[in-house]
Ligand binder design. Sequence first.
Ligand code: IMP
Length: 192
Amino acid sequence: MKLVFATNNAHKLREVSQTIGECVELVSLAECGVVEDIPENEPTLEGNALVKARYIYSRTGQNCFADDTGLEVDALGGEPGVRSARYATDGHDDEANKKLLLERLAGKQNRAAQFRTAIALILDGKEYLFEGVVRGSISSEPRGDGGFGYDPLFIPEGYDLSFAEMSAESKNAISHRGRAVAALADFLKQYC
Ligand code: IMP
């Protein structure tokens, strides 16, 4: 089956295609001719994922899914959360985001955090939501140069390595997005 994945992020496309299984052929936004920015101004991850999926479905008429992810830090009351991409500036500046996070956590004992991904699927007009969570902690300084976003600061529970120090396969096996996509893939099995 063909499914439009509402992203043009090559990292994400690679990660998701490794997990989603062979029965699904992923189509990127560029491949289905959607080049404009899709608004994501909802107050929750689920809301943003749904808005994006609805936009793609009405624009292309194709079955599709969209994800939204946030890093939720316990000592910051769940921040940056839904604002993870634009935490420090409006410009999706990973370096500035990581710097601000470390500043906000300076002197705090509790460094527990989680990545959470919401996926909204629209299949023949019906809407479905899936979630994936990975718990961990925020390191005192960036470690590793793999991955993207907050990966160098996130140490998943039970590991000594940051996400940026892991291979893509190891990260994928335990990550928020990996888990959300696994739940999506499990649901899609009935249609394969
Ligand atoms: P998005 O909803 O997947 O675009 O994610 C929003 C923001 O969360 C990104 O701009 C990144 O800063 C951060 N983020 C999402 N997924 C990851 C990840 O797997 N590792 C590190 N940061 C991530």
